[in-house]
Design a protein around this ligand. Structure first.
Ligand code: AMP
Ligand code: MG
Length: 414
């Protein structure tokens, strides 16, 4: 994507997507307040400290197999080897033993390997005798022993601050000995959908009314352990009511997300109202399709993201811009999804001017295993049903007008 601005056919200046994202991110100051939580309660939260391991991982030499521990010095010339078995060590045992020289120990996975023992034989490679074991192949020194600190030395970095504590992170923190960790406090998010036409699903629709899909879409997108959400519901296009809602949201939340009312129609009040309550608007026009009308701004510490009302536009602008702003605001060190490489299953023709995120369906794979993308309808900004059937978005550069069948395109998989 070239830097600077792209122009649409009315020759208004628009920000490129990458420029709008950069501006959005710079407006999204990370929260700094930290709390200490037991690890179990920190799952799903954002880590606020760099963590080093409190112990070596693993903490002691231990067996990687069920089998027998031996001392290399006890092994003769071969070809076959025979040793009595003089003891047994299981996971959780201390590793103390009184096996005399010339004997083996029965050992199990995870059990400490005593320091004078230096190889483990898999039980599958041993034959049991009346007094012990017989085996045909000389082990390699150190074989099947997991050495203390081989995963991580004590004091080495385990995780850096800014990560979301998901399954892998929780496991690493537990292994590193963290009973409690520091996390950022939850991000306070306020959400409302604007539009006098909106009804709740389940209610009857009067003429001119539609179901509020954005509310449910955003509830799903905001369903995170690191968010404390205030859902203010739908709000009708009444400037006084909207202004009060915006004011309340800005007074109490770190991040305010609304849908609708950011375009240029008479009922599109949000930019004006946000300015009226003392907000500073940063971006209004982004050369992207779908989703040209998106706004964000600041009022004090509150960050405001006004998404378009059309559901597909709201979804795409959220994915491409809003979600990254929110992640940064919450303290996450987070990189936007890297697109995969895919190819077009059919030629593409479209007007140049805006970077497009076109819903696509994977139609199959090339012989090299690259997804072949079938383009969905070109006019789709309101089509939530179509969006639900898509496998992802093809990214089409602003200046592109035509692409032949088989052409490579970046693909953002859902
Ligand atoms: P707006 O951006 O307010 O002009 O809305 C653009 C289009 O999106 C209109 O057709 C609205 O009816 C529709 N729309 C706005 N908000 C929602 C919503 N929450 N759920 C579904 N459709 C919406
Ligand atoms: Mg509206």
């Amino acid at each position: 994507m070239p830097d600077g601005c792209a122009c649409d056919r009315h020759s208004h200046m628009y920000l490129t997507v990458s420029e709008a994202l950069a501006r959005g991110l710079s407006a999204a100051d990370p929260i700094r307040d930290i709390e200490t939580l037991p690890l179990i309660d920190a799952i799903g939260r954002v880590l606020a400290e760099d963590c080093i391991s409190k112990v070596a991982m693993p903490a002691f030499d231990n067996s990687a197999m069920d089998g027998y521990a031996v001392r290399m010095v006890d092994l003769g010339e071969g070809p076959a080897f025979e040793l009595p078995v003089a003891g047994r060590i299981a996971a959780g045992d201390s590793g103390a033993h009184d096996a005399p020289a010339g004997s083996a120990l029965r050992i199990f996975t995870g059990a400490p390997v005593p320091t004078d023992f230096d190889a483990v034989l898999m039980q599958e490679d041993c034959e049991t005798t009346d007094v012990g074991i017989r085996f045909a192949r000389r082990p390699r020194p150190g074989q099947h022993i997991r050495r203390a600190g081989e995963d991580l030395k004590a004091g080495s970095p385990v995780l850096r601050r800014g990560c979301e504590i998901k399954a892998r992170e929780a496991a690493a923190l537990a292994s590193a000995g963290y009973g409690e960790v520091q996390v950022y406090r939850k991000l306070k998010v306020a959400l409302f959908s604007t539009g006098s036409e909106l009804r709740q699903p389940g209610e009857d629709l009067a003429p001119g009314q539609i179901y509020n899909s954005n509310r449910f879409m955003l509830r799903a997108l905001l369903d995170k352990r690191w968010i404390s959400l205030t859902d203010m519901g739908p709000i009708r296009d009444d400037p006084d009511v909207l202004e009060q809602a915006l004011r309340d949201a800005c007074d109490s939340a770190d991040l305010i997300i609304t849908t609708g009312g950011v375009s240029v129609g008479d009922e599109d009040h949000m930019p004006r109202l946000f300015a009226q309550i003392g907000g500073q608007t940063d971006v209004m026009k982004v050369a992207m399709k779908p989703g040209k009308p998106i706004m964000f701004g600041r009022r004090g510490d509150a960050l405001y993201i006004g998404l378009p009302g059309n559901p597909v536009s709201a979804f795409v602008t959220w994915q491409i811009i809003g979600a990254h702003m929110m992640a940064r605001r919450a303290g996450l060190h987070h990189a936007p999804q890297t697109p995969e490489q895919a190819v077009l299953a059919e030629p593409l023709t479209r007007p140049a001017g805006r970077q497009e995120y076109r819903p696509v369906v994977i139609e199959g794979l090339t012989p090299d295993g690259v997804p072949k993308l079938r383009l969905m309808a070109a006019a789709y900004s309101g089509r939530v049903a179509l969006l639900a059937q898509a496998d992802g978005l093809a990214v089409i550069p602003a200046e592109t007008e035509t692409l032949p069948q088989g052409h490579a395109v970046p693909f953002l998989r859902f």
